[in-house]
Design a protein. Sequence first.
Length: 211
Amino acid sequence: MAQITEITWLPLRADAKDSEASSSLKSLAPEMRSRPGLELSWQGATLERPNSLDNINVWASEEAYRASLSTDLHKQATALVTSLIDTDAAATGAVPYHNLLTLHKPAQTVLVAPVVQITNIFLPSDVDKEAFEAVWEDLVAHMRANPPEGFIAGAHGWGLEEVNGAKVFTALSGWESIESNVKGEGSVSDKFAGVLKFTNVFHVYLTRPLS
């Protein structure tokens, strides 16, 4: 059974941090982190929207993830999290996001970084996945041969779920700082141009782990 990575992004209400629901979630945290098959639970806040939550769970298998959905603990936590979502954020395009990823290497290698870049690329449902992967591997090979200063690790793969009829390719990259990320991204901009031959719909953002 292959490892699966669950990724979620949520826009939060302005009062979410100090709410009763948030306190209840904190009390559930030890039990949530001890769920069978859960290898890592990571939370971060998007730099461009601090009042948000990035949650990345690494599961031993898709079966372990699916089994967790039917538990009372999951239902209780989901109800609390749902109450914290800023439902008005959709007007600005900030909508909750969830997917399951099959990454080419463990997400743990990236999530140790002080700054994590998450890139979601939305592709036509009939995309030639092998052709796209060849372009992405060319970018990765370039970074491997010319490692940007401050780059820690990267992991990438396909989402199991389509979003609005689009296939999603996600790349995680870990950096020592925001500055090293900016410089590193500039060094591969010509390689990323190959991605634009497939789509111009993508979302790139930076997040920091919550203490």
